[in-house]
Write a protein that binds this ligand. Structure first.
Ligand SMILES: [Zn+2]
Length: 462
């Protein structure tokens, strides 16, 4: 039944997306020399000032200082003098498919809507996007196959992982309505059930699994140590990574000790202690912060970057919402304890970084109505810099490191042999991280994304 729906949706998506697809058709073998930009590599190496690179067949085939790079005879030339080029970003934590921009829920979860979210991510320079624990497995695998076959319009590369929780547990009350309808969570009651569910995922070549270890202030059944230990053990046997939602200090300590590979949230309500920092120094998990979730302050004032892809009525409804921040997408006053929260956040963030955890970009976008695929990423990395991270470290955590986490070997940096997934910026984000928002163009697999056509599609949508 679901497979049939997916196929029907793809037929619709293919016809709706055909304009953009034709406009963006790459010249498969035509070499292009991009000249004169500052090149931010995306790893720890220094930027190349006045750089040049060659793209052929969707890949970077040469890169260096201008004048040291030779292009094949007949190559097209693109002058990027004064611009900055950085790798497309990678977001390891979203909840794709539910947002409809005028409604939110499982009724919106179609392949064409997932593709729409991936296009929104691409529009904002996100080259790969991972949905975490809320996407139906078989439909998601089909979508990945279609995307890899090249039959879909250009969009952010799609990654997903199944979720596991005790019966009645897992995602928060809003998302749970959606995941329950789509049967997107594996509910497990015993260690043996848990192991068997992990084995079934491994049999489908799934690389990662998400678990929730949270009783939501005593209102949810919480996954027991016996079960998550079994999940971690079984997953590691199959070389799978376990992503854990845990938001309290005792829970994070316990799951990191047990071998959790990725933390998808941060402790925000109590200071990290020395015992936890010692565990982190030893285990060095990956870590997605999700600081900006629900903070829509950029939408409260006119700001083209944040509102250009949104229906005006959504912008108006966010601006009209006055619930205290940061709990809802709203333009109300900061919550009374905002200053205390910020101090705690700053302390915990800096301790995590100093302990050597491997920061990666994750935003939780899509979990509640009114969030925006793509802009949330720029918001999150700017928050890191506000909390004390350098802009260059923020870019690494948004490009090469999340690519490494997702096992993407051909993207995440600007280097010879990599897929030409990059963003051209009018201004240098190493000087001011807000400059990641000065997007001139986005290229995926060497082809320029038709951002104008995408914007027209969103503006014309009802
Ligand atoms: Zn999430």
């Amino acid at each position: 039944m679901r497979r049939t729906n997916v196929l029907v949706c793809w037929i619709i998506a293919a016809s709706v997306g055909s304009v953009a697809a034709h406009a963006q058709a790459p010249r498969p073998s035509g070499a292009v020399l991009f000249e004169g930009a500052r090149l931010i590599i995306g790893d720890v190496s220094a930027p190349v000032e006045n750089g040049s690179f060659v793209v052929e067949n969707g890949r970077i085939t040469a890169l260096g200082r201008r004048g040291t790079v030779t292009a094949p005879r007949g190559a097209a030339r693109v002058d990027l003098t004064g611009k900055t080029v950085m790798p497309a970003m990678v977001n390891v934590h979203v909840h794709i498919g539910y947002e409809g921009y005028t409604s939110w829920g499982a009724q919106n979860y179609t392949a064409s809507n997932v593709l729409d979210h991936l296009q929104r991510a691409a529009f904002y320079g996100i080259g790969a996007t991972q949905s975490v624990g809320s996407s139906p497995t078989d439909a998601s695998i089909q979508l990945q196959k279609d995307q890899q076959a090249g039959t879909l319009p250009p969009a952010s590369r799609f990654f997903f992982m199944p979720g596991m929780a005790p019966p009645g547990g897992g995602p928060d009350a809003v998302l749970r309505v959606g995941t329950t309808t789509l049967k997107a969570i594996n509910e497990v009651s015993t260690a043996e059930e848990a192991r068997s569910a992990v084995r079934a995922m491994a049999a489908k070549n799934i690389r990662s699994v998400k678990i929730w270890v949270d009783d939501r202030r005593g209102t949810y059944p919480k996954m027991t140590p016996e079960i998550y230990t079994a999940i971690i053990d079984e997953a590691h046997t199959h070389r799978m990574l376990v992503n854990v939602h845990a938001t309290t200090l005792p829970d994070q300590k316990a799951v990191v000790k047990a071998g959790a590979d990725v933390l998808v949230h941060m402790v925000q309500n109590e200071a990290l202690d020395e015992e936890y920092l010692a565990i982190l120094r030893e285990k060095k998990p990956y870590w997605a912060t999700v600081i900006g979730l629900g903070d829509r302050t950029e939408v409260c004032e006119p700001n083209a970057f944040f509102e250009e892809a949104l229906p005006p009525q959504l912008v108006a409804s966010i601006r009209a919402t006055t619930e205290a921040r940061p709990l809802a997408p709203s333009c109300g006053p900061p919550s009374p304890n905002a200053a205390t929260r910020e101090k705690m956040l700053t302390g915990n963030f800096q301790k995590m970084i100093a302990a050597g955890v491997r920061l990666v970009l994750g935003t939780d976008t899509g979990i509640h109505p009114g969030h925006t695929f793509g802009t949330g990423d720029h918001h999150e990395i700017a928050r890191w810099v506000q909390l004390g991270l350098s802009a260059s470290d923020a870019i690494v955590a948004a490009t090469s490191r999340p690519a490494e986490l997702l096992g993407i070997t051909d993207a995440g940096t600007l280097a010879v042999g990599k897929s030409a997934d990059f963003v051209v910026l009018h201004a240098n984000p190493l000087e001011n991280i807000l400059n990641t928002r000065t997007i001139a163009d986005v290229y995926l697999r060497g082809a320029k994304l038709d951002r104008v056509a995408l914007l027209a599609k969103w503006k014309n949508a009802r």
